[in-house]
Design a protein around this ligand. Sequence first.
Ligand SMILES: Nc1ncnc2c1ncn2[C@@H]1O[C@H](COP(=O)(O)OP(=O)(O)OP(=O)(O)O)[C@@H](O)[C@H]1O
Ligand SMILES: [Mg+2]
Length: 687
Amino acid sequence: MADAQKILGVIDKCVNPDRFREQHWEGSFEDYLNLVSKKPQIARNAFQRMYNMIMHFGSKRYTQLREELVHYNFFDDPLNNGVDGIFGLDKPLMHLVDFFKSAAHSYGTERRILLLHGPVGSSKSTIARLLKKGLEHYAALGEGALYSFSWHVTDEDGNSTVCPCPMHEEPLKLIPLEARDAVLETLNADLAEASRIRIEGPLDPLCRHIYEELLVKYDGDWKKVLSHVRVHRVILSEKDRVGIGTFQPKDEKNQDSTELTGDINYRKIAEYGTDSDPRAFNFDGELNIANRGMVEFIEVLKLDVAFLYDLLGASQEHLIKPKKFAQTHIDEVILGHTNEPEYKKLQSNELMEAFRDRTIKIDIPYNTRLDDEIAIYTKDFNKERIRGIHIAPHTIEVAAMWAVMTRLEEPKKAGLTLMQKLKLYNGKNIPNFTEESVRELRDEAPREGMEGISPRYVQDKLSNALVSDHAVQQKCINPFMVMNELENGLSHHSLLNDKDTKARYRELLTAACEEYEDIIKSEVQRAISADEDAIGRLCSNYIENVRAYTQHEKVRNKYTGKDEEPDERLMRSIEEKIDIPESRKDDFRQEIMNYIGALSLDGKKFEYHTNARLQKALELKLFEDQRDTIKLKNVVSGVVDDETQAKIDVVKQRLIKHFGYNETSATDVLNYVASIFARGDTKESVS
Ligand SMILES: Nc1ncnc2c1ncn2[C@@H]1O[C@H](COP(=O)(O)OP(=O)(O)OP(=O)(O)O)[C@@H](O)[C@H]1O
Ligand SMILES: [Mg+2]
């Protein structure tokens, strides 16, 4: 019994009867007027509501490359634990939010179609989905509430019927046109510009019909007419086709305007005698049902020409024309999307000119920042979601690196490689490049991100790699397996017909592979030299010599007890690892001593890992000293004595502990790095 009580208690906590009552609020027209005068925002139009919905989730301002940007939290998909979160597109999303902001102020964009345009797989549909879900959520909250009404009437036979407004219109539209301005003036008296209530256009044909019939019945007494009205909350729901619509053009020849603006209900024609009686019409086209919210047009440019004109009217005049009826006013955000190839195809088309003129096109490009691209893939391919198969470190990074490189233009600046450009864009410091030069690079390539490999392609290849026999046997995938998949897929990539591009993408895979080799070489080096005691000893040895050198003293040799000159060779062998030239060595040594001095003034002791540059130099030096004792090259030949094996095992454990490898991937990486050294690769120190 106690258990049942407990469970009931849990349910009680989750189910909120107040919210239920609020969401099922019903009242007379007068009750609604009371609500509106307390909370005028319930009568906002669709653009105002959309803008407020996005702002409801908050935003953060930040500066990137000396540019002020805003990040709108809504696009992190907080409603769904980030499943549809958008990464790295703050700038286009700012344009998108500005569109809604300006529309909310009625500055004109509310009379335009919003067109998301970009290469395939750049998250256009994801953004549309977010907006739809956001609206559903917001409308269910008190802050986002909206209302509509039903007619309660008695027919000729005395049966009482309830007839809901088919387009869930705002109840204030029931106010006779001649009185509307005066009412709005009262309501708007204390409201800021962006929140002003704007009620436009007459009622839909069905409501107008009922209204007028009742007006005749009551001899013009509109109060009596309104006594037949019951106002209720509207819960926006795509599933229930309330306030949210989606239209996807199918076969071009099969498009029919009824899908957009509703159709005659043939069964009811017999009942009402004529097809121009609004009661014999279903106002259930996508544009009808989306009233008060938004409608999404998937691949909008695939729409039949006649449809496109319908759409232009719908956005420009906010009017649609159902068959046989007068134009009907709508209040909804119209969002279309199209991909770059489709848009290009129609560029020379005459209709497109009219279309372009009436749309606000927002480019949604691919990411050009590596970290953002990595974030897309980590969302789906991470330890929590992929159980039982280990993803070796850098697997996703290398795939993302390649994807981003395919989107970048070759830098015009001499001496800058594409990989370096990628790193600069990713916020890495490269000598001689400032934020200003990164901006210049961006400015000289404005179309960057509008072409290249789509995240979808990479996602597909990552999944292929995960289900491959090799992955299943080894319970592990690594960058090479993924790069193979990426490369193999290129030959039958449906959107890639041109040979040169394919060749370029293959070259970029090689570049990504080289970068990967550098990364793992440096990682193995660090694992080999991650012997803290040894580094500590090397460090104190170095510092002792530097101290003696800067103070023109001698160093006591621990074994012989004799005073000797500072060991120049040792000091230089460390400093050279981080490119300190002979001419700068005095400065560098002095800097180190000053640093130690400053620390000791604060009562702190110097430790090598507080100075990143020195630490790197020490690690590289130690690696050089130890590489030969570990005989990494022997790993390749398989002839390893027990002592070496023991050392290799220590390194492997460090790779596992500090760098995220598992047994298999650590062994792979050690073997691979050993083979690089066996190749006699001279580029041993890696920056
Ligand atoms: N910037 C991004 N942030 C997060 N995810 C992204 C981003 N870009 C692409 N994606 C992911 O890529 C996939 C494709 O996205 P989506 O289907 O929204 O693209 P689209 O632009 O509608 O493509 P298409 O033009 O082919 O219809 C999705 O899994 C999406 O999450
Ligand atoms: Mg899409």
